[in-house]
Design a protein around this ligand. Structure first.
Ligand SMILES: C[S@@+](CC[C@H](N)C(=O)[O-])C[C@H]1O[C@@H](n2cnc3c(N)ncnc32)[C@H](O)[C@@H]1O
Length: 241
């Protein structure tokens, strides 16, 4: 296969947080495959890229990836798997044509990104494929920066976990580690606030919404968010020390 597939981290929202490497690659590659989480929605990753790289001469495909829970080691939902296969099929066609394809992804590709599922599906379809992962600034770092606090220092132990886990497991994690980064909190804030209250950790928690974006919001009294819809781009950092 002549073309190459790139999964490129484009940072947490502020286009100025895109790396020089990501910017150059997007400028150079003729085809962009941009993920979106809603059928009739837009691709956030694409809108970040378009803040820096002109897209007029690019072939851009925005592809819908359903946002459903994926359990590692278990077969994914059929609709989800279908979306990966469709995306991978599209990439294979382009690569066979000798075109390089870029998959821009929010934050860093190594952290809960659809990009890696597409890579795995591609490898199953075409084991001789050439691909490369370009790291990006993660929303975890951006959220800590927005809150002006470190994630870990000295012998601190840091854990990153989706807040969608059930309370028993989250309680254990919150009791064990020094800094706990809770991602995907937007639909479960009420439950998380209840748990933090129970464990007397409310004054150690900060909620960061849309870090690095114009609408960024940092809340130290996180119960303030109850009764309103928190954005999908929301992260809670609990730092005990
Ligand atoms: C599917 S994960 C993608 C993470 C991404 N790969 C990264 O490195 O940041 C989506 C979750 O990342 C977090 N997130 C993404 N962008 C964010 C932002 N700008 N500010 C705060 N949290 C964000 C939220 O917890 C959201 O539910």
């Amino acid at each position: 296969m002549k073309g190459k597939f790139y999964v490129v981290g484009v940072g947490p929202g502020d286009p100025e947080l895109m790396t020089l490497k990501a910017t150059k690659l997007l400028e150079r590659c003729p085809v962009w495959l941009a993920p979106k989480g809603k059928k009739d929605g837009e691709s956030t990753a694409l809108s970040i890229v378009e803040g820096v790289v002109p897209s007029a001469n690019k072939e851009i495909i925005t592809h819908y990836f359903p946002m459903k829970k994926i359990h590692m080691g278990r077969k994914p939902d059929a609709e989800v798997e279908q979306a990966w296969k469709k995306a991978a099929g599209f990439v294979v066609d382009k690569l066979k044509n000798g075109q390089d394809v870029v998959f821009p992804t929010l934050g860093d590709p190594a952290i809960y990104s659809t990009g890696f599922y597409v890579c795995e599906t591609l490898l199953e379809m075409a084991p001789d494929i050439h691909m490369e992962i370009i790291p990006g600034v993660s929303s975890i770092g951006a959220s800590a920066a927005a809150a002006s606090q470190p994630l870990c220092l000295g012998d601190d132990r840091l854990v990153v976990i989706p807040a969608t886990f059930e309370n028993g497991y989250l309680r254990e994690i919150l009791l064990t580690f020094d800094t706990i980064v809770l991602m995907k909190v937007h639909r479960v804030m009420e439950r998380i606030v209840g748990l933090l209250e129970e464990l007397d950790l409310m004054d150690k928690a900060v909620l960061v919404e849309r870090s690095s974006q114009n609408t960024q919001r940092v809340s130290r009294n996180i119960s303030d968010c109850l009764g309103r819809q928190t954005h999908y781009f929301s992260t809670v950092i609990v730092r005990k020390s």
